[in-house]
Structure formats: C-alpha cells, structure tokens
Design a protein around this ligand. Sequence first.
Ligand code: GAL
Length: 321
Amino acid sequence: MHSQAQTDTIKPTDIWPDNNGNHIQAHGGGIIKVKDDYYWYGEYRSKGLDTNYRFVGCYTSKDLVNWKFITTIKFGKPDSTLTYWVVERPKVYYNERTKKYVMYLHIDGGVRDPVTKKVSGGYSYARVGVAISDGPSGPFTLISSFRPLGHESRDIGQFIDDDGTAYLVFEDRPYGFRIAKLSDDYLTVEKQMSLIPEHMEGGAIVHYGGLYYAIGSSLTGWSPNPNKYATATSLAGPWSDFKDIAPPETNTYGSQSTMLIKVVGSKKTTVIFMGDIWKPKTQWDSRYLWMPLEIGDGKLSLPKPQPWTLNVKTGEAKIVN
Ligand code: GAL
C-alpha cells in the first residue's frame, strides 16, 4: 500500500487506485452527494474475502476523481433456504427527513448441489434487500427483502430527481424495465411510474435539459453488449424507441451501464456515464468506464474511452489530448 498522489484525470479502463493505492472495489455501483461529499458504494470483490458474507465497498470523494476508502459493509446470508447467494448493485439514498442512509441491494441466489456443487436457479430469488444506517459508512442493518410491487427484480438502478424524489429502476425479467418511486421514508417501493416493455438491465436515468434519459444494457450476463437509451418528458412516459449510445460493434466499449451522474457546476452541467468492465473470472480486477456524455436535445452518445479531467466546481469535463 502506498499513498496515492492527487489527480484531476480519470483514466477509463485503467486500474483506479484509492487513497491507499488499491484498485477501487465498488463494482455495479452508485454514487450520492451529501453536502459537499460524494459517496461511492459498489460490490467489493477483493480476493480472499470471507465467503460467509458478501461485501459492499464504501468510498468518499470531494471531486469524483480521488477516492478515499472508508469501509466495507458485510451482509450475511439473507435467507436460510438459499445455499448459494449474491448481493449485487448496491445503491444508497440519503433521506433528508429521517436522516437515514437507505441501501437497496439486488439479493439473489438459489440452490447449490452439495455433491456436484452446481448451482440451480442462481438468480431465481430476484428480490431487493433494504438496509439502513445512521451514517454513510454504516453499520447498515438489513431490515427487509421483497419483490418490489410484487415483481421480480434483478439489476437495480438509482435515480434521484432534481426535486429530491427518489426512484428505483429494476429489471423484471418477464415484463421489462420498471421505474418506481420510493416511499417517503425510502424503506419501500411505493408506486410504479413506467414499465418499459424492453428486456434491459443495468438501468440508469438522468434528468437533463427538460428530458429524462434512460439507459440500459441487454441481458447478456457479464458479457458486454450495445447499451441503449430512450427519452421521455415525464418519468411516466411515453418513452421514445431505444437507440445505441455508442457504435454497436464496440459493445459499449466493453462496458455495462450502472449509473448516470449529473454534475451541475458554475459554468457547465456534465453528465457522466458510469459503467463496469466486468472480468467474471477475476472480478477484483473488473474496471470502470466513466466518460462525460455528449447529451442534449434528445440525443446521447458515449465518446470512446480516453483520459479526461473533471472540475466538479465548474462542472467542466475535458478530454486530455
Ligand atoms: C449481469 C448483471 C450483473 C450480474 C451478472 C451475473 O447481467 O448486470 O449485475 O448480475 O449479470 O451474470
């Protein structure tokens, strides 16, 4: 471990060192801003973790570029009937009214044959878990798990609108991509806004220039595919057709969407695509593809990955030539 020098450059696809020089472990993540601090939560997939738990990494930053490791949050098996289980795509919301940090998790699993070790129905549980904490770094207590509004839920995405209203995006395998509003205390999923009848996951939304842009990937597991976007003037739709966010032959430059971050600065508003480059056999080495999007007037495109700088105060993003 060594202390990492400060930088203003994001290098997509590279190792992304935290303040200790370790590659950030926050895959399938989500980011929130509370006052001047950003928090990044994601799947913590280091080598050699205690296999009785699943881990969420928590990092903090003031500039979205330099990240300080805070802690790992561990979750035990959510249900004794599961002999194989996963916790994926954690997303944390801060509730101004209750002052609680509320984490949504994709909780899934199935049965592992004790003899052959083969897992059947590994993603048949299809629920969200909800965990709460008094502070950003925990301790988080899992308080419930359920199928939102009674529907299957696998990949989840987080969206907080400009008016502070919190939404969950979730993939309902039989029907499509659902967007739903959370209850006032964020502890449950209260009301469906849209069902987009497309089989998409890795859902992310941004509200920009009077339009909602929704992004998702197709269902190809850890393998990348051409991610797509649609727009609407209201979260309730109607949604436009889905279009490619990048040349389809690049398979989103090898990445899968997890979130869109809007940085509103003194000079500019920048929207960042936050994606994962998964390495299923060496998950600890999975990389991040963050790039500022070209976005506006109903169009959105992801530039090819290359180093860029971000100034969160002015909101300016610049490609480094
Ligand atoms: C992907 C999904 C990941 C993970 C993976 C497992 O489609 O986005 O979060 O669940 O499948 O194969």
